[in-house]
Write a protein that binds this ligand. Structure first.
Ligand code: ATP
Length: 273
């Protein structure tokens, strides 16, 4: 169980996250929703300690994550893989090497510096790529791939890290509808097949409802909604998004009619708890 107790973060006078209390079951697929600036990214980054809370406590089972330092903090970061909107691959390196980077915490430093990957690591990386239909791109430079392909490589890199938690910060924000579905399906599969807890910041309420087992709505740094996909009514959406609610819940900009139709034809599997 991941527990956040009174977690807050200030940037100068600005309160980005305020008094967040959450208990997250292992294996959940959590969608974090809310307007721009609501505190979603800050919340995710505090979980893997890219940003430190100003106050409060984050704990996984009996480990006080907020108190970790040095080697233990590096180990914690390896246990929660981040996926970013802009993929964060090394463009000049080939796809396979990018995925192998996810194994860095598993190999001795001298081997990782010389990029002496074992056959086992290479097999693990290739298997991960194949799971997301990216095996045939293994030798290609990462910067020659489309955005959707790069994001699937980033997901493979996160998976070979063997994390317990994946923190995906708007992973589909810059993708077209087809790649949006491929990437969300990939995250859903990781959650379902490996029992990895997934946190996913999303701007599309329809996608959040389709893929996530639990939705956490944030407004001005606070959690103002916490419920299942069917609890997210139009009223709740209006509270979260104000005047934008109708647009967001009916037909979000990033989800044209073609995707809605495609999703209706092949409904995604909702995350199991
Ligand atoms: N490093 C920083 N320095 C100063 N202010 C920051 C910093 N990071 C975030 N903030 C502020 O904290 C608030 C929350 O930002 P955050 O990025 O967490 O929101 P968000 O919900 O993820 O927004 P978006 O959906 O646009 O990414 C915003 O007002 C933002 O300007």
């Amino acid at each position: 169980m991941l527990v956040l107790e009174g977690v807050s973060r200030r940037f100068g006078a600005k309160s980005a996250v305020e008094g967040v209390e959450l208990s997250i079951e292992r294996g959940s697929f959590i969608g974090v929703i809310g307007r721009s600036g609501a505190g979603k990214s800050t919340l995710l980054r505090m979980i893997n300690r890219l940003i430190d809370p100003t106050s409060g406590r984050i704990a996984l089972d009996d480990v006080d994550v907020s108190a970790l330092r040095g080697k233990e903090l590096r180990e914690w970061r390896a246990r929660c893989a981040m996926i970013f909107q802009q993929f964060n691959l090394v463009g000049r390196l080939d796809v396979l090497t990018n995925v192998l980077m996810g194994r860095l915490n598993k190999v001795p430093t001298h081997r990782s510096l010389m990029r002496l990957w074992s056959d086992e690591d290479i097999a693990i990386a290739l298997t991960a790529l194949e799971q997301f239909d990216m095996g045939s791109f293994a030798a290609q430079r990462a910067d020659q791939l489309s955005g959707g392909q790069q994001q699937r490589v980033a997901i493979a890199r996160a998976l070979v890290q063997e994390p317990e938690i994946i923190l995906a910060d708007e992973p589909i924000a810059s993708l077209d509808p087809r790649n949006t579905k491929l990437v969300m399906d990939s995250l859903s599969r990781i959650n379902r097949d490996y029992g990895i807890t997934v946190f996913c910041n999303l701007h599309s309420l329809d996608l959040a409802r389709a893929y996530c087992g639990r939705l956490i709505g944030m407004s001005q740094g606070r959690v103002v909604f916490d419920g299942g996909p069917f609890d997210l009514t139009e009223d709740v959406a209006r509270q979260l998004y104000g005047l934008e609610a109708g647009d967001v819940i009916d037909m979000p900009e990033e989800m044209p009619a073609a995707v809605v139709a495609a999703q209706a034809a092949t409904p995604p599997v909702l995350a199991a708890h």
